[in-house]
Ligand binder design. Structure first.
Ligand SMILES: C[S@@+](CC[C@H](N)C(=O)[O-])C[C@H]1O[C@@H](n2cnc3c(N)ncnc32)[C@H](O)[C@@H]1O
Length: 394
């Protein structure tokens, strides 16, 4: 069937030209923040916050820009087919009608993830196999574009979801999950997800124009997120995406988009960003990640004990202190967590008057911090942590 020129025209007419439907998947509770980010990035885009993410319509270039910029999304999918199927013949027919050559290069292997809920076809492995077969059949029947020489042939993840016999097929545009910013070399124990750190900074209104201090910085997640935000560096600046292997990907347009975004970058960060940790290995790890991103002149790392730290001696005017102490898993089961939490709050109240605060507390600690700090739930990796925010009284 189709020759390369016709294929190119179809890709332009069907994929690059018209708006596509995307879904930005988020951690539970981050949907509204992600929708706010998208509304900012793609003014006028049709957005629909749903449980677990935000559905949005955008041209392909805007979808790619969203992937580059979004700080709170875990991944972005592009919807490519929706249909109803109650038996396998119907599923095979619908999958063989998908013009796979518009979405996949010739050499790209597919990695299918199928899920089924309240559907007559509920065997997810069999559903996935039907999709893999449909792609292979199509590859035998029509011309697919070759992969661009610079792009390694890595598997393209395809999601197929059945819900009440309604099927949705989506391409993962992200590749690695988006919290992987491409800077950390070694994460160390108990790191915070970058998407969650970004959401916390967004919630407390951090723009980079005031000082930020993380006195128990661990792998430096808050510091790296703060530095990127303060320098206006996109969340995905240092990493790669699956969509660069799509036949509709245009390297020159992408390079232009990156150049445009780069004009907004300001280095170093306009206000101090400081990290402390008592563990020298953690400090070296953060320094290495900062150096990798060229962020060393925006963030200062010092090895030291939070309980000996005096922000006045650092010459800092009150800014934002973000802190994620090393708690045990459950407050009730770990009395030392309660003691640590009380000591941290006491130190903050005495030594940080006038500072804004974002303090992560263990599950069940809602009632343990003094007013005016307000608690909110913070789902993270199966734990219901608590985030206290507010301004410490002068
Ligand atoms: C839960 S981890 C922080 C994780 C960090 N938010 C991240 O994303 O990687 C807690 C960190 O606090 C540090 N820490 C514990 N007690 C400390 C103290 N008294 N002073 C400074 N750092 C401390 C530990 O070394 C550890 O790296």
């Amino acid at each position: 069937m189709t020759d390369p020129t016709t294929l190119e025209k179809r890709i332009r007419r069907r994929i690059i030209g018209p708006p596509q439907l995307f879904f930005a998947a988020t951690a539970p509770g981050l949907e509204a923040l992600c929708a706010a980010e998208l509304a900012d990035l793609i003014p006028g885009a049709q957005l629909q916050p749903l449980a677990g993410g935000v559905s949005f319509q955008a041209r392909l270039d805007d979808g790619f820009r969203a992937l580059l910029m979004l700080r709170t999304a875990n991944r972005v999918l592009m919807r490519i087919a929706r249909f109803q199927a109650t038996h396998f013949r119907q599923l095979e027919k619908a999958l063989s009608a998908v013009p796979w050559e518009l979405y996949l290069a010739q050499e790209t292997p597919v990695a299918v993830r199928a899920t089924a809920r309240k559907s007559r076809l509920h065997h997810s492995d069999a559903i996935a196999q039907r999709l893999t077969d449909a792609v292979a059949d199509r590859r035998r029947a029509v011309v697919f574009a070759p992969l661009a020489p610079a792009v390694p042939p890595r598997p393209q993840r395809i999601f197929v979801r059945a819900d009440h016999d309604r099927f949705t097929v989506s391409l993962d545009a992200s590749g690695d999950l988006l919290h992987k910013r491409g800077l950390k070399i070694d994460v160390g124990p108990a790191p915070l997800r970058e998407t969650l750190a970004a959401a916390i900074l967004q919630q407390v209104g951090y723009t980079g124009d005031t000082a930020l201090l993380d006195p128990m910085c661990g792998a430096g997640t808050f510091l790296l997120e703060a530095a990127m935000r303060a320098c206006r560096i996109p969340a995905g600046w240092y990493r790669d995406f699956a969509f660069t292997g799509w036949p509709a990907f245009r390297p020159r347009r992408w390079a232009y988009l990156r150049r445009t975004v780069e004009t907004a970058v300001r280095r170093p960060a306009p206000a101090p960003i400081l990290g402390f940790d008592q563990d020298p290995t953690a400090c070296r790890r953060v320094e290495a990640a900062l150096a990798k991103g060229g962020l060393g002149d925006s963030v200062t790392i010092q090895c030291g004990d939070f309980f000996n730290l005096d922000p006045v001696h650092l010459g800092l005017p009150p800014g934002l202190v973000v802190i994620n102490p090393p708690y045990g898993k459950r407050l009730g089961a770990a009395p030392e967590s309660r003691v640590l939490f009380a000591r941290v709050v006491d130190r903050l109240v005495r030594w940080y008057p006038g500072w804004k605060l974002a303090l992560i507390a263990p599950p069940g600690a809602e009632h343990l911090a003094p007013p005016p700090l307000t608690p909110r739930r913070l789902p993270h990796g199966g734990l219901n942590l608590v985030l206290f925010t507010g301004t410490l009284p002068r």
